[in-house]
Design a protein around this ligand. Structure first.
Ligand code: ARG
Length: 400
């Protein structure tokens, strides 16, 4: 008896997921493997990947175009949540996992598979995100993770694959582990494992080195409708097009790089390099528009929600009751987050330099220091007396 009869495997075309195909069949007695390659706007040609899986012996090689859904249903809510894990990482990799899990579960259902599989190792966050998301979507489905159990290094995996009849043209094997989609790239391992080693320029693809960025700043007006980015420089754009263009604009000014030591859910710290140009600029702009259109208490309370939301997404709980509850709060707050934010991009920086909204709570009459001032200055005295009363009583007590 094998571990499963028919398995849908998340497939990237890389060495590990390719070796998973013969491994599942030969070691774990799986009768039929179906691969699913997800298009998340990573820019890879998917047809060669589809054919590669067929050559490796799968019955059915699926390609799922998930880009639009990825941006609309996963990235955009995260922008509304100003989601930054540990205040810095905009979750570009983490957001893709629940969607890939959903595609796996749907394919398993369509093809009558009794298990799904992925190529994650036992050290990362991605295995947690896949396993928990799959359990949430179909608790009856088995999840197989060969790379978590096989204990092979990269060289061993290649020779295992070759013995099983696969051939790899591993071009000068890269020392890095890279994940990429339309939102960004995550780069780890190799020389980056020394936290003191500056990343070589070769790790970056979406962002220009500061040395090569334009010597003139560039302004971009980002339009938001109920917390969702809907236009750039007055031109209405669909979600995928908007992210694509924003990536290009920010990237050419060297905006969007992150270098951090990150706390993984499995308890280890890792050195991570990210580039996520559009996401970082959009979150910063969105947060700014919120400060114009939300009341002080909602703005401040939402910060705590954002922190919980970011941690929960990072930790693989996208499909969970707490996530649903936080979503409801966040959606309620976005009703009036409509307006335009002007961002100045220059030499690796994105600075918000202006914002406007029909729904702004900012009031000239109350804020001005000119003669038009409508604020009742005399009312401040009584307010301060009451506001400071507990502190006054406390101090008097102290002095006896
Ligand atoms: N540490 C990041 C995260 O947890 C990136 C993971 C990158 N994944 C990869 N397979 N290289 O989201």
């Amino acid at each position: 008896m094998g571990r499963a009869e028919k398995v849908v495997l998340a497939y990237s075309g890389g060495v590990d997921t390719t070796v998973c195909i013969p491994y599942l069949m030969n070691e774990w007695g799986v009768k039929e493997v179906i691969t699913l390659a997800a298009d998340l706007g990573q820019g890879d040609e998917l047809e060669p990947i589809r054919l590669k899986a067929l050559k490796a012996g799968v019955k059915e090689s699926l390609v799922a175009d998930l880009t639009e859904e990825f941006i609309t249903d996963y990235a955009f809510p995260a922008i509304q949540a100003n989601a930054l894990y540990e205040n810095r990482y905009p979750l570009s990799t983490a957001l893709a996992r629940p969607l890939i899990a959903k595609a796996l579960v749907e394919a398993a259902d369509r093809y009558g598979a009794d298990a799904v599989a992925h190529g994650c190792t036992g050290k990362g966050n991605d295995q947690v995100r896949f396993d928990v998301a799959i359990a949430a979507l179909n608790p009856g489905l088995k999840v197989l993770a060969p790379a978590r159990e096989w204990g092979m290094g990269r060289e061993e995996a290649i020779s295992y694959g070759e013995k099983a009849g696969l051939s790899f043209q591993v071009k000068k094997s890269s020392p890095y582990s890279i994940d990429r989609n339309l939102l960004g790239r995550s780069i780890e391992a190799g020389p980056l494992e020394n936290p003191m080693t500056e990343p070589l320029e070769e790790v970056f693809l979406m962002t220009e080195a500061i040395e090569n960025t334009p010597n003139e700043p560039e302004y971009v007006d980002i339009g938001f409708t109920q917390g969702l980015p809907t236009s750039l420089n007055g031109q209405a754009l669909g979600p995928v097009e908007l992210i694509t263009q924003m990536n290009a604009i920010a990237g050419r000014h060297g905006v969007g790089r992150i270098d951090m030591i990150e706390n993984r859910l499995v308890g280890i710290k890792s050195r991570e390099i990210y580039e996520a140009p559009a996401l970082l600029v959009l979150i910063d702009a969105h947060r700014d528009l919120e400060s114009l259109t939300l009341t002080a208490d909602v703005t401040q309370y939402k910060r705590g929600i954002e922190e919980s939301y970011s941690r929960l997404v990072y930790n693989g709980l996208w499909y969970s009751p707490l996530k649903l509850a936080l979503d409801a709060f966040i959606q309620q707050t976005q009703e009036r987050v409509t307006g335009t934010v002007r961002v100045k991009l220059f030499k690796g920086t994105n600075r918000v330099v202006g914002r406007q909204s029909e729904l702004a709570l900012y009031s000239d009459a109350l804020s001005t220091y000119s003669a038009d001032d409508q604020f009742d200055h005399k009312a401040a005295e009584g307010f301060i007396y009451v506001w400071g009363l507990p502190t006054r009583v406390w101090s008097e007590k102290l002095r006896g």
